[in-house]
Design a protein around this ligand. Structure first.
Ligand SMILES: [Zn+2]
Length: 550
């Protein structure tokens, strides 16, 4: 088991002057009344919850870009302050064009769409046929010594389980309790495709209801009859790479094909070498989806550094501006999530601009990014993933990312919190007054120490408790794609509360004086990073930490 602890690493002083950082210039310009004005505006009813694909969402992006323009930031893209990316929205094609047939020992059995199987939203169209093989979780991770493909699968149809091995094991090399990127269904699909599979079939053992069949209900939840309030999208840059049919199948079918229960298959997949080649069982599949492109944007602006060399590197200050929209009855205003972070990015940008105007330009460049479609599935973080896959600033010249998502409340976990609070200890809002969670700290001890130094005068209670936690919070905001690409990143987050993702996440419920302190802290840290001699290092492979806050 990989188990390295930091105190054994002998951190060298790449970052100098940690003890006495002078206050960043113009830090007093970050004021609660200005933060409040922006949160009230962005979380106002007019914006109707800033849902991807709506006119209000587009206006929010225009507004943020106009603020960057007015501050005098520079655009990175040729056509202004937008990083553009395309999303794909899918609808099921005709029933008769979505088919499966299992052939075994001369007998054939046809499956029914949404009863026995369904295509995934990023599936390619087309038909495929092949012998069924089972390949565990369908994961190849050379760095972790894991390979579920011990045999060739050329022209076969590969069956894999959703998820990853050791999902409940805090010491799992697959990011402990946090779901690793190896569990991503598109990554698994591309792996199978690169090995010549003619199609890939996903199975979730929990769809095997006790006595009853759970599969049709989950199929209907995945493809509801009417378009859902919250649509599922795929990044076009990823969907374009998928050339094989991708299906979800009722575990009952897989049990028949391999002569093992879904539970037995899952147990087998927990160890390498789970591979099974079925005896004369072949599947024929056909998938037909209708696709629509939805254009999307993140808002990005640059403040150039003052040092001729160091200005080629940048510190990122980020947040996301989208939220969960509105239904006919109610609006999800998303004040804490994440008008708060968006407003803070603007205030920090203004402080940097005022500093530069007063003759104190940071040595490195600073990039302000307000991501689109963080909330949108599947998987989320679409704007920041689109950036790391097609960045307008090189990732290797990205010194650190400071991401703010929900920075205006006190974490509050009720005793009977339900699934929303999975993995989090019950705690009162009062107990978290003055506290803020730092996530991602375990990937860069140097960045983590700089955070402490930046906080010295501001004196927030910095809590490091969710980097290895069942809540998956670490991968639930826009620092995650950067961590996956080896960029030191921190997620600054006051925590979940009962109003999270409800119509009650309203601007009047934000604690603006706390938010002012957090915004000043992130400004101070970004200032320190922009002026330090060295860069914080990224620790890889990452340490497996003890489980936190179970
Ligand atoms: Zn958020």
């Amino acid at each position: 088991m990989r188990c390295v602890f930091y105190f054994a690493l002998g951190i060298t002083a790449v970052i100098s002057g940690l003890e006495a950082q002078p206050p960043a210039p113009q830090i007093e310009s970050i004021r609660r009344d200005q933060l409040k004005a922006d949160v009230f505006f962005l979380a106002g009813d007019f914006f109707r919850g800033r849902l991807t694909g709506t006119p209000e969402y587009r206006i929010a992006a225009e507004y943020l870009a106009s603020r960057f323009e007015r501050l005098g930031l520079k655009p990175l893209a040729q056509d202004g302050f937008f990083h553009r990316f395309d999303l794909v929205l899918s609808r099921l094609g005709r029933d008769s064009d979505n088919r499966i047939t299992l052939n075994a020992a001369g007998r054939s059995k046809a499956g029914k769409l949404l009863e026995d199987f369904y295509p995934l939203i990023f599936s390619a169209d087309g038909e495929a046929e092949g012998r069924l093989v089972f390949a565990g979780y369908g994961i190849v991770a050379p760095k972790l010594g894991w390979n579920d493909y011990s045999e060739s699968i050329k022209d076969d149809i590969v069956v894999v389980l959703e998820g990853e091995p050791g999902a409940d094991d805090p010491k799992s090399p697959f990011d402990g309790l946090v779901t690793s990127e190896y569990a991503n269904a598109i990554s698994k699909t591309l792996e199978a495709q690169s090995r010549g599979a003619s199609a890939i079939v996903f199975v979730n053992p929990s769809h095997r209801g006790k006595g009853t069949r759970a599969f049709p209900a989950s199929a209907r939840a995945y493809w509801p009859e009417k378009p859902p309030h919250l649509e599922r999208y795929t990044l076009a840059s990823r969907a374009e790479r998928v050339r094989i049919p991708v299906l979800q199948l009722d575990p009952v079918w897989v049990e028949q094909a391999f002569g093992k229960t879904a539970g037995e298959l899952k147990q087998r997949a927990e160890k390498p070498g789970a591979f099974i080649r079925s005896e004369n069982q072949s599947l024929r599949v056909a998938v037909a989806l209708n696709r629509f492109i939805v254009e999307d944007r993140s808002v990005v602006g640059l403040l150039e550094g003052g040092d001729a060399q160091q200005r080629q590197e940048a510190v990122f200050v980020t947040a996301h501006y989208d939220h969960n929209g509105a239904t006919a009855e109610q609006i999800f205003p998303g004040a804490d999530d994440n008008a708060s972070g968006s407003a803070a990015v603007i205030e920090i940008a203004e402080a940097f601009v005022l500093a530069a105007q007063s003759g104190q330009r940071p040595k490195r460049s600073v990039i302000f990014a307000i991501w689109g479609s963080e909330e949108r599935c599947c998987g989320p973080l679409l704007g920041s993933w689109a950036w790391v896959e097609n960045p307008d600033w090189p990732l290797e010249k990205t010194v650190a990312v400071l991401n703010m998502d929900m920075i205006g409340r006190n974490e509050e976990v009720p005793e009977t919190g339900g699934s929303k609070f999975n993995g989090l200890k019950p705690q009162t809002a009062q107990s978290n007054a003055g506290s803020v969670n730092l996530l991602g700290w375990s990937y860069s001890p140097e960045l983590s120490r700089m955070a402490d130094a930046a906080n010295r005068k501001i004196d927030l209670r910095l809590l490091r408790r969710y980097d290895n936690n069942r809540s998956n919070l670490l991968r639930r905001s826009d620092q995650w794609p950067f961590l996956q690409r080896g960029v030191p990143s921190l997620f600054v987050h006051t925590g979940l509360h009962p109003d999270y993702h409800t119509p009650y996440d309203r601007p009047e419920r934000i604690d603006y004086s706390k938010m002012e302190r957090i915004t000043r802290f992130v400004y101070q840290l970004s200032w320190d990073l922009a002026n330090a001699d060295g860069r914080p290092r990224f620790l890889s492979p990452r340490t497996i930490l003890p489980p936190e806050a179970e």
